[in-house]
Write a protein that binds this ligand. Structure first.
Ligand SMILES: C[S@@+](CC[C@H](N)C(=O)[O-])C[C@H]1O[C@@H](n2cnc3c(N)ncnc32)[C@H](O)[C@@H]1O
Length: 293
């Protein structure tokens, strides 16, 4: 369907006007992204208001209006309204059943790529708590000879994972399992080269302090890490050695305040010969790197 340039211009003025004043700058960036996702206009066309006489729309203008209103009235994250997110070198489908993958997790993948020597970039790799499949798909593309096993306890999340796996034609190398952490993977005990996970790590009491976009719209299962935030992390750190080959790797994303506690958990197992907490680009403790004995 098409819309006249002048009609879209008028829509643009309305859409700008409903952005709350304190969020004007970021809201305008989002508006450009939003409009370019549903039209053939590039963000530059939009910045320069190069609205042609007739512009093709992917949705009726009334639907765009309704979605843009939900962005500000209900604080629905932009990525859920658009239905996709650019993450690492991927464009992933996202729905409210999955966490919107974050820039820190792109860094996690970079840490994996920079750490694992070529001889270990094959065999079985796990993504525990896969959500959109971001880590699993990223891993499979980095390590072309690896088989990646992606686990999530949410069947709705795994429907999205599967869509993304198909999008990148990785069905022969990325395998999905419904279940809790290692439970569906017992056939891989002792055979895994590496585990990468971004588990839920927010302490329960802090979930209610998160920004409304996260608190009300992202899946609670993806956020809530139990009373101390370490429930999932503890389980993964303690069980991983049963699955890893000698010298196998565990990489995990953490909350900035959890580095010391997580390093202590890993060392207490005596199952890792190397345990490090790495910083993210903002200088916060963010990643566990552990190598099995
Ligand atoms: C923080 S999200 C990470 C999603 C994705 N890996 C990413 O980085 O964008 C945590 C994921 O763990 C999943 N999860 C929570 N508890 C789980 C459990 N007991 N077993 C398996 N997955 C679980 C959630 O459904 C969610 O998809």
């Amino acid at each position: 369907m098409f819309v006249g340039g002048e009609v879209l211009q008028a829509w643009w003025h309305w859409a700008q006007a409903i952005i709350p004043e304190p969020e004007r700058e970021s809201g305008l960036r989002e508006l450009k992204q939003f409009l370019s996702a549903f039209t053939e206009l590039s963000p530059l066309d939009i910045t320069l208001r190069r609205f042609r006489p007739q512009i093709r729309l992917k949705l009726p203008l009334a639907d765009l209006q309704e979605r843009w209103q939900r962005r500000w009235q209900e604080r629905v994250p932009l990525q859920y309204l658009i239905g996709t997110v650019h993450w690492h070198d991927l464009e992933l489908v996202v729905t409210p059943s999955v966490l919107i993958p974050r820039p820190e997790t792109e860094e996690l993948l970079e840490v994996v790529a920079a750490t694992v020597p070529p001889w270990q970039q094959q065999g079985h790799w796990l993504d525990l708590g896969t959500g959109s499949g971001a880590i699993a798909i990223g891993l499979a593309r980095l390590f072309a000879a690896a088989q990646v096993h992606a686990v999530d306890c949410s069947p709705e999340a795994l429907e999205v994972t599967r869509i993304n796996i198909e999008k990148y034609a990785l069905g022969d190398r990325v395998h999905c399992y419904v279940g809790s952490w290692f439970t569906p993977l017992t056939h891989l005990q002792g055979q895994v080269q590496g585990i990468v996970s971004n588990p839920p790590y927010i302490p329960t009491r802090l979930v209610a302090t998160l920004q409304p976009e996260v608190q009300y719209h992202e899946p609670p299962l993806a956020l809530d890490g139990g009373a101390d935030g370490l429930q999932a992390i503890r389980q993964i750190v303690e069980t991983a050695p049963e699955y890893l080959q000698p010298q196998g790797w565990l990489f995990m994303e953490l909350m900035a305040t959890q580095g010391e506690a997580v390093a202590a958990l890993a060392m207490a197992t005596q199952a890792y010969e190397r345990v490090e907490i790495l910083h993210d680009l903002s200088g916060h403790d963010r990643f566990l790197l552990a190598q099995a004995v």
